[in-house]
Every structure is written in C-alpha cells, then in structure tokens.
Design a protein around this ligand. Structure first.
Ligand code: ATP
Length: 283
C-alpha cells in the first residue's frame, strides 16, 4: 500500500499547463494524431507512426486484429501515457500542454465492461459527474433508456446494485455507462465496444441510444462488430501498429483489402450462427 502511494506519476502536468475548455462541448472537439509512435517497452514498438484527423463533431471508428494497438491509441488520447514521438492535438492544442484534469473532463468512455459500485443505482450514474442533482441523473437515465427499468427496481433510484445488490444484465450495465457519459456532457465520446455479444435486439437498441448521445460530439470507437460502424465518417484499419487502410465503409469494401476480408468473414459467421440456430429450432 505504501509502495503504491509512493509511486511517482509518469504523466505530469507542465507548470504552465493550460486548461481545455470548449465553449460548446456538445459540438465536439477536433482531434489530430500526427506521426504518433509509442512503445510500452523500448524493444517492442506498438504504434509506429499513426496520423489521422477527426474534425469536431465527426466519428472515427478504429478496427483491426487483436493486439494491433486500438486500445493503446485510446489510452494515449486519454493521456494515460505520453507519446514516444509525434503529437496528439485536441482543438489544435498539444495535449502535453494541457492539464490532465481539463482534458479528461472533456472525454467520457463507454467501456467494454462497466464497473458497478456496491451502492445505489443513482450513485452509480452520478459517478459520471459527482454532485450532479438527482433531476439530472434521472434525465441522463432517460436518455440512456434505463429510467423505466429503474422505476421497476424495489427502491427505484435508491436500489443498491452490484456485487451484493441487484444484479444488472449486460445490457443494463452498458446503459448505466451510457447514462454516466451523458451526465458528464463531454466533447469527446470514446466507445470501446464490448466483445461479449449481447442479444441482437438489445444490441440494436443500445446502438440507437449511443448514436443519439454521440450526435454532434466527436466520437472515437473501437469496433469489433463491423455492423455497428457502417455509418462512421471515417474508419481506420490498424495492423501491427500501422494504419493499413482508411476510408468510409463503402470505399473500404471497394478496396477489397483487410477490412473487406474482415467484413465478409463476419457476414459468414453471422449467417452460420443464424442457420445453425434455425436448424436447432427446426429439430
Ligand atoms: P484487442 O482487440 O485485443 O483489445 P488492441 O488492438 O486494443 O487489442 P492493444 O491493447 O492496444 O491492442 O495492445 C497492443 C500491443 O501492446 C499488444 O501487443 C499488447 O500485448 C501490448 N500491450 C498492451 N498493453 C500493454 C501494457 N500495459 N504493457 C505492455 N504491453 C502492452
């Protein structure tokens, strides 16, 4: 415990660090990666010169095989680590010149797996913006389409959830994460799509809530199911720390490269799952 407390943070604010304070967070912030390189350990580069721009209010989807560097890219944007080379800019400012606090205040993450605290559902949502009034918590829950379910819980917003409380389903947990993000009202939404499959109807309805929430904000999403990013303004395909393809869904399919291959493989897998399920139902 004491060892942990004595650890020095690797990422430090500069003495003259500026605050990132967009006047209209709901319109998003521009993001730029310019020739970004990064390695967790010197002998193994993970990102090898990544450049892209995401205009304010647009969406970028990052796809690629496992271990290609997708999550690392998000961690760097969040400034959990400093870039090895190159620069990341938000609204034209190098993130190394910004306070970490102000940078992170403008970003909300909807993670793969949402951690629930053993506390009330209201507390779990309010965690997105500690101290937010109950009326805002409820409004966020409504936007994330979980409000009606909460009203059916034994003590409604005061129902304890998590480990020793009411167990929430995978879909409900994701909605808690979305409500937290809405409450935070960030300029940048970071979505890390869950790999564990929800049922198709739940997934579709969550996608609907997410796209409403992300409307107009700058959104970066890591996608595993390509069907969720067909409408992204820009898609980049990472492989071994390099961008190997970029473009819209349509243009990437036309290129007939890695993305097209991943897309066709997923269609086949879905088709197989469907016919498999159909065969089971028939028998
Ligand atoms: P996935 O789709 O499986 O989540 P990813 O594309 O997000 O993969 P990253 O998590 O960014 O991949 O990992 C990229 C590379 O960096 C991998 O080779 C991984 O082993 C390595 N890596 C990730 N995190 C760390 C860490 N904390 N320390 C050392 N190496 C790491």
């Amino acid at each position: 415990m004491f060892d942990l407390l004595h650890l020095k943070p690797e990422v430090k604010d500069k003495p003259d660090a500026r605050s990132l304070a967009p006047e209209h967070p709901e319109r998003g912030c521009a993001i730029e990666f310019r020739d970004v390189t990064f390695a967790y350990s010197p002998e193994r580069p993970v990102l090898k010169g990544i450049s892209f721009s995401v205009p304010a209010g647009s969406t970028l989807a990052v796809v690629g095989p496992t271990g290609s560097g997708k999550s690392t890219l998000m961690r760097l944007l969040f400034r959990f680590y400093e870039v090895g080379g190159g620069a990341i800019r938000v609204d034209g400012m190098d993130i190394r010149d910004l306070t970490q606090d102000s940078l992170r205040r403008q970003m909300a993450v909807v993670p793969q797996d949402t951690v629930l605290f053993n506390d009330t559902i209201a507390y779990n949502i309010e965690y997105g913006a500690p101290g937010a009034p109950r009326v805002d918590v409820e409004r966020a829950a409504e936007a994330a389409e979980i409000h009606k379910s909460i009203l059916t819980f034994p003590k409604q917003y005061d129902t304890v959830v998590g480990e020793r409380g009411l167990k929430l389903s995978g879909g409900e947990k994701q909605r808690v994460a979305i409500a937290r993000a809405i409450l935070k009202n960030p300029a940048i939404m970071l979505l890390d799509e869950a790999t564990s499959a929800l049922d198709t109807a739940t997934e579709r309805s969550i996608q609907g809530s997410l796209s409403r929430v992300c409307q107009g904000r700058t959104t970066v999403s890591i996608a595993h199911r390509l069907s969720t990013i067909v409408g992204a303004d820009q898609i980049i395909v990472l492989q071994d720390g390099l961008i190997v393809e970029r473009g819209s869904h349509g243009s990437l399919l036309e290129q007939g490269g890695l993305y097209a291959e991943m897309w066709h493989r997923q269609l086949e897998a879905e088709e197989e799952a469907r016919t498999g399920a159909g065969a089971k139902e028939d028998s």
